[in-house]
Design a binder for this molecule. Sequence first.
Ligand code: MF3
Ligand code: CO
Length: 260
Amino acid sequence: MRKKSGSRRIILKAPWEIEKLREANQIVAQILQELRELVKEGITTKDLDRIAEERIREQGARPAFKGYYGYPAATCISVNEEIVHGIPSEKKVIKEGDLVSIDLGVILDGYYGDAAFSCFVGKAPSKQADSLLRATKQALYAGIGKAKPKKRLGDISSAIQEVADSYGFGVVRKFVGHGVGRSLHEPPEVPNYGVRGTGPVLKKGMVLAIEPMLTVGSYDVEILEDGWTAVTADRSLAAHFEHSVAITDKGPQILSDGFI
Ligand code: MF3
Ligand code: CO
């Protein structure tokens, strides 16, 4: 989500609500898994979006992004220097070596699922590109590892940033993770940079969409003329991974588990 200011209260979820969120996120995970296998040279991002929307409806769910502040599609598909919010298009043909990021959200029975991954089409175009992808995934799991009762939000943020820093990659600041529940975006914002030991104390029943976006160059963002597509200001490669995670007594539970 785009970074906003102001804060409302964090909504805690009952165990049965976490199960609802798991159902929604499992639909997301299953479709992302299928899309991952379909991302091949020659397919258009519009083809991928069409398949995603079909699958969502087959499962009795609805696309969460379509119509959200006027967003026109079921998925966001962002290629190479595009970071997030790429609009699927029949003009956008996938080619060998592309770094493709697919973000998908659904609503099922009033509860939201939200997750994303990046992958290469065929082989990574360079060692650096390959390491960007691995670093972003590692950053996501480092953040998830801190999603436990009594930790603080800043522990998640700083764990993500430390991984990015250790590789020398940039962390996008303009977009952040978020709470997720009966709305796609709930408090709190979950930045991918920050200071450990600061911010709200994490509690059982919080559900967070954790979504690091890393860049090989500058983390500055530009929005293209379509009003949505966020690209790196220096047009360097960017990667994005996202899981929806419940904080429980047993530790973090990845509700969207199964596709990365
Ligand atoms: N996972 C993204 C986010 O949380 C997807 C939002 S796309 C939008 O910002 F189209 F719905 F805005
Ligand atoms: Co999200």
